[in-house]
Design a protein around this ligand. Structure first.
Ligand SMILES: NC(=O)c1ccc[n+]([C@@H]2O[C@H](COP(=O)([O-])OP(=O)(O)OC[C@H]3O[C@@H](n4cnc5c(N)ncnc54)[C@H](O)[C@@H]3O)[C@@H](O)[C@H]2O)c1
Length: 265
């Protein structure tokens, strides 16, 4: 596949770990120049070291995406270093657990600034540097399409990312800039590995996933590369679900899965 990403400059936030790190490796493999941005600079630097070991050009940037001044500085540093900006991948996010009664108001605010305001800040400072053919991608979630018990702020923010994506696609389409987002299913990043160590949970998720495997960070990274590529030049304003089919089944199908799980025990 000719992605057209060679020598293009890409910022990936949250690229010190998980989906962001895998994406950095996949974009770099396409010849892209990658700004590896993360609130934990040492992990961003580890990602850069991995890329450099494979002969790729990349820089590490410390950024808290919840802070507009730091987001502006991230964009300016990237443009100063690479002379251009073609792709902004808003991937960093945070989670706080709690329902409307339990969740502290400060936690609600942190999740909104980190997961939603960050996407607004990114566009505000990145788009003026972008040429036609550029693109913005964000990592939303299945949690933006449906409900998860006790994740009120995370779910609301991921739903907001999906409609922010549509709105920005409308706003920036005439400039030749596409805006899309990805809704990953259960993906084996460091955060998720803890949950999946529980065999019962793992079996439940596997049984409910038609593709019968767990997602890997590279599954999401490949979707991001495709969305940013020339191959997706007519894909705009879309939430792309990458979940092995986890969300396509109805109740009857899930009952059948549960029966066969019981049979296995
Ligand atoms: N793993 C999954 O199953 C899954 C499912 C759906 C959506 N997602 C989404 O995928 C994205 C990446 O998650 P992951 O699973 O790779 O997690 P991860 O914890 O492996 O990586 C997240 C990275 O973001 C960084 N980060 C956190 N807050 C930040 C901030 N304020 N500024 C800059 N960087 C910050 C962290 O330091 C970390 O390196 C997130 O948007 C998450 O909501 C993950």
């Amino acid at each position: 596949m000719n992605t057209g990403l060679a020598a293009k400059a890409v910022i990936i936030t949250g690229a010190g770990s998980g989906i962001g790190r895998a994406s950095a490796q996949l974009f770099a493999a396409e010849g892209a120049l990658v700004a590896v941005a993360d609130v934990r600079l040492h992990t961003a630097q580890q990602t850069v070291d991995l890329l450099a070991a494979d002969g790729h050009r990349a820089i590490a940037i410390e950024v808290d995406v919840a802070d507009p001044h730091q987001v502006q500085a991230m964009v300016e540093r990237t443009v100063a270093e690479f002379g251009r900006l073609d792709v902004l991948f808003n991937n960093a996010a945070t989670v706080r657990v709690g329902d409307a009664i339990d969740l502290a108001i400060d936690d609600w605010d942190v999740v909104w600034r980190t997961n939603v305001s960050s996407v607004f800040f990114g566009a505000k400072y990145a788009v003026p540097h972008m040429q036609p053919g550029s693109s913005i991608i964000s990592t939303a979630s299945l949690s933006g399409l449906g409900a998860d018990q006790g994740l009120i702020s995370y779910n609301a923010t991921k739903a907001a990312v999906i409609n922010l994506t549509r709105t920005m696609a409308v706003d920036f389409g005439p400039r030749g800039i596409r805006v899309n987002c990805i809704c990953p299913g259960v993906t084996m990043t460091p955060a998720m590995k803890g949950y999946m160590a529980d065999e019962r949970l793992r079996d439940l998720i596997l049984a409910a996933t038609p593709s019968a495997r767990l997602g890997q960070p590279e599954d999401i990274g490949r979707a991001a590369v495709w969305l940013a590529s020339d191959q997706a030049s007519f894909v705009n304003g879309q939430p792309i679900v990458v979940d092995g089919g986890l969300t396509i089944q109805n109740g009857f199908s899930l009952m059948q899965q549960a029966r066969s799980l019981d049979g296995d025990r």
